[in-house]
Design a protein around this ligand. Structure first.
Ligand code: NAD
Ligand code: TYD
Length: 376
């Protein structure tokens, strides 16, 4: 593939840190610039294992800073952008939608416009360039739960899919119309439209992927899985929204990172790919799996902590069901999730239990003070 200069935005966050690690390890000939504002969700200690590699640099920057980003493009001769930086938590978006519009919409537009100015100034213009935007399945809205007890999914699930169940006949396909409900998904939908508009209007080589819920190490403990693992460990209540019957489709974060690598290098320009593991779970069933796994690994009697489940008022506008059809990615590029959900959850719970210092650091906010002094 030769040498490439790639900016990965949001590389200090959950998914971004896995993507940065994969690229830095796999492509020593590339130059990888991790661009991140280090909000509450960005934590450079997520990358302490690779921070001294010669092919890696960190730049503290807000994606809304158009001038700074244009200068970075010129200085680093950037030919590829993998854009993950975003405000990512639905509950926060309900309380503070402006921040989501600013970063997710205006920030994405700012990157697009700077990339356009720089690439159009080059002799080869867009040749060999890529603007790859990472998005979510939440832009498609919510699917109906037509089979609350689950049915056999109407497609060939991966051989290692352990939880071979679908809770409805409908799935999100690449052609599904956008119908976002939360301020978070509305802001991501808007940014997806801008990315596609830059292809259609200016010919920028863009790619958009829409992935289902990720889980794994280094996820900020505001999201369901790390929050609940930590609460079970400390025997704190587990706030299940409503009856816990909402359905999410879970994918191990390293499988998402592998898909991003594949699509960045081999995906079709102007293409859209859905990424998901065919792995639907009702929240309440997932919470019980987490309780059983934490209890077993801590040597507590199995199910000892089931009484921590506390039903709390539902999230406003709570989407009933997400379920991704990722057949296109599997057929066209040969991607498969590598881990079964049982193995992924086991690996994830072990990681959080073995990395209590990371959790303490993030929950206390100490990491913020440390990096604030380092990067101003
Ligand atoms: P995250 O919240 O863990 O990390 C986001 C990162 O972006 C942080 O490092 C933060 O500091 C940085 N950031 C935020 N605002 C910024 C700004 N203005 N300028 C520069 N950097 C900024 O998020 P995540 O869960 O890793 O999600 C990454 C991307 O993947 C997002 O675009 C999200 O919409 C998408 N996505 C997430 C999931 C999921 O389940 N987490 C699923 C599908 C898609
Ligand atoms: P979350 O991890 O916030 O991801 P998203 O909202 O992007 O899907 O939530 C996953 C599911 O878990 C979602 O249906 C909301 C629910 N949930 C709870 O029931 N309690 C909680 O404390 C949280 C954070 C989420």
């Amino acid at each position: 593939m030769g040498k490439r200069n790639i900016v990965i935005t949001g590389g200090a966050g959950f998914i971004g840190s896995h993507v940065v690690r994969l690229f830095v390890n796999k492509y020593p000939e590339y130059r990888i610039v991790n661009l991140d504002k280090l909000t509450y969700a960005g934590n450079l200690s997520n990358l302490s294992d690779i921070e001294n590699r010669p092919n890696y640099t960190f730049v503290k920057m807000d994606i809304c800073d158009f001038d700074a980003f244009l200068q970075l493009m010129q200085r680093e001769k950037v030919d590829g952008i993998i854009h993950l930086a975003a405000e990512s938590h639905v509950d926060r978006s309900i309380k503070d939608p402006f921040t989501f519009a600013r970063t997710n919409v205006m920030g994405t537009l700012s990157l697009l416009q700077a990339a356009k100015l720089y690439w159009e100034s080059l002799p080869g213009k867009y040749k060999g360039k890529r603007f790859y935007h990472i998005s979510t399945d939440e832009v498609y809205g919510a699917l109906e739960v037509t089979h609350p007890d689950g049915i056999e999914p109407p497609f060939a699930a991966p051989a290692n899919a352990p939880h071979h169940k679908a809770y409805g006949e409908d799935f999100f396909h690449e052609t599904t119309n956008y119908n976002p409900h939360s301020p978070y998904s509305a802001s991501k939908a808007s940014s997806d439209h801008f990315v596609r508009a830059f292809h259609d209007t200016y010919g920028m080589p863009t790619i958009v992927t829409n992935c289902s819920n990720n889980y794994g190490p280094y996820q900020f403990p505001e999201k369901l899985i790390p929050l609940f693992i930590n609460n079970i460990r400390h025997r704190q209540p587990l706030p299940v929204y409503g009856k816990g019957e909402n359905i999410r489709d879970w994918l191990f974060v390293e499988d998402h990172a592998r898909a991003i690598d594949l699509i960045f290098h081999r995906g079709a320009i102007a293409g859209t790919y859905n990424i998901g593991g065919f792995n639907e779970w009702k929240n309440i069933d997932l919470v019980k799996v987490l309780i059983r796994t934490v209890d077993r690994l801590l040597g507590r009697p199995e199910g000892a902590d089931l009484d921590l489940i506390t039903h709390v008022p539902d999230r406003p506008g709570h989407d009933a069901r997400y379920a991704i059809d990722s057949s296109k990615l599997r057929k066209e590029l040969g991607w498969e999730p590598s881990l079964s959900f049982e193995d992924g959850i086991e690996k994830t719970v072990r990681w959080y239990l073995e990395n209590e210092a990371w959790m303490d650091n993030v929950t206390s906010g100490d990491y913020q003070a440390y990096y604030k002094n380092m990067y101003r």
